[in-house]
Design a protein around this ligand. Structure first.
Ligand code: HEM
Length: 423
């Protein structure tokens, strides 16, 4: 693939490509993704941690990779080969903790645990939760509506999902602010210093283990009690499995939703025509545009970026590229969801887009378990903000906003807004 010598318009050689994981990349990764899709769709790169991995950026390859059972979620497959090469990926202690939940296991354990949790975390339970989500949303807006300005990340997008999941799980209200603190620590230092994060994770797990024990003795009508009750062909979740499950529901459902609300509101504020369309539809009681709109916001600037680690259990080919056994593969959902081979005008935000089978919630057996809850929260959050604060506007130049980019998640650090005060 070498370009002819002296060719004036030569593209950089394949191995190079754009600089990833920089500040500019976190601010706007889409030009880099376009380059990768075009020039090196299965791209070998060195991650900031020093681990070498493949990035898969085209929609068709991404979808295929997400469904390929030879790509395991179990980090042990990486560690075997990493040990052989003299460098390990994930510290042993963390690995042991991580491996017990859905996102890090393969069938048949994954099938069993997912079946059990699906019995407790049903779409019906989520639908019944709608009035509470609305109440939480209104309560958070009440706190700043009289002030004329707010930071929508810290005062709104951040607390909403944490309170919502705590409520759903059955964490008593008086303990929910502890979760808010622990989650804040995790979000602030994600990808940064590990000490505080590890302590917060440990506290959260300890609390959940204790809560599960208490719910076993005195069950209620909450998701944790449902998890304990759930049984399948004589099998139950053990207390450890239930604690790991509750933890992954919090962990997987928290920062993702913060960023869907944050990125989504930012996209609406910077696309006034689309925002006006949505406001008009909402005023007319037409909820259809809100539903397609939230899916489009997820496709256009979804929170999960370089999603979803996988490890090759055997040598295989993805998008024509040979991948060795043990190699980590990262499916870049945000790049796949802007692939012009799959989406018409992929860089245009169109809230009424209907041909929109985006990969924002993943694909295959690990497809997001919390998608109905995420949709409920995002729809309530965006619609209520626009209805109650109709002249909401950015209080900062978009160029001055700071993005938190990482290996997994991308979202705004702050989203300062102003508006005419409301009741
Ligand atoms: C899995 C995205 C909200 C729970 C996933 C995956 C993605 C994703 C991409 C697949 C990961 C992979 O294949 O490796 C999102 C986004 C959300 C969101 C964009 C919000 C906007 C939630 C919520 C919950 C949740 C609210 C629960 C309360 C889970 C769980 C899994 C998962 C448990 C693992 C499922 C499995 O491995 O079988 N999510 N998620 N997510 N999500 Fe979500």
């Amino acid at each position: 693939d070498q370009p002819p010598a002296g060719c004036p318009q030569q593209t950089p050689p394949k191995a190079q490509g754009p600089e990833l994981f920089t500040w500019e990349f976190a601010t706007d990764p889409y030009p880099a993704y376009a380059w990768l899709r075009e020039n090196s769709p299965v791209h070998r790169t060195t991650l900031p941690s020093g681990i070498e991995a493949w990035l898969v950026t085209r929609y068709a390859d991404a979808r295929q990779a997400l469904a390929d059972q030879r790509l395991s979620k179990n980090p042990a497959h990486h560690d075997e080969s990493a040990h052989a090469k003299g460098k390990t990926g994930i510290p042993g202690e963390r690995k042991a903790e991580l491996m017990t939940h859905l996102l890090n296991i393969d069938p048949p354990d994954h099938t069993r645990l997912r079946r059990l949790v699906s019995k407790a975390f049903t779409p019906r339970r989520v639908a019944e939760f709608a009035p509470r989500v609305q109440e939480l949303t209104d309560g958070l807006i009440d706190d700043f509506a009289g002030r004329g300005e707010a930071d929508l990340i810290h005062e709104f997008a951040f607390p909403l999902p944490i309170y919502a999941i705590c409520d759903l799980l059955g964490v008593p209200r008086e303990d929910q602010d502890d979760f808010r603190d622990w989650a804040g620590m995790m979000i602030r230092h994600g990808g940064g210093p590990r000490g505080g994060v590890a302590r917060s994770v440990k506290k959260m797990r300890g609390y959940l283990a204790d809560l599960i024990h208490r719910k076993r003795l005195a069950p209620g009508d909450d998701l944790i009690s449902g998890l304990i009750r759930a049984s399948d062909r004589g099998e139950h979740l053990t207390e450890n499995e239930a604690a790991a499950m509750a933890f992954i529901l919090l962990f997987a459902g928290f920062e993702t939703t913060v960023n869907l609300i944050g990125n989504g509101m930012y996209a609406l504020l910077t696309h006034p025509e689309q925002r006006a369309r949505l406001q008009k539809a909402l005023a007319e009681g037409d909820m259809g545009l809100l539903e397609t709109g939230v899916e489009e916001l997820l496709r256009f600037d979804g929170p999960v970026e370089l999603a979803t680690w996988r490890f090759a259990t055997e040598a295989l080919t993805v998008g024509g590229q040979r991948i060795a056994a043990g190699d980590p593969v990262l499916v870049v959902l945000a790049a796949a969801d802007r692939d012009p081979e799959r989406f018409e005008r992929p860089d245009t935000l169109d809230l009424s887009r209907t041909d929109n089978q985006h990969l924002g919630y993943g694909h295959g057996i690990h497809y997001c378990l919390g998608a109905p809850l995420a949709r409920l929260e995002a729809q309530a959050a965006l619609a209520t903000l626009l209805r109650r604060l109709p002249d909401l506007r950015l209080a900062s130049d978009p160029a001055d906003l700071r993005w938190r980019g990482g290996l997994i998640m991308r979202g705004l650090r702050t989203l300062p807004v102003e508006f005419t005060t409301a009741q």
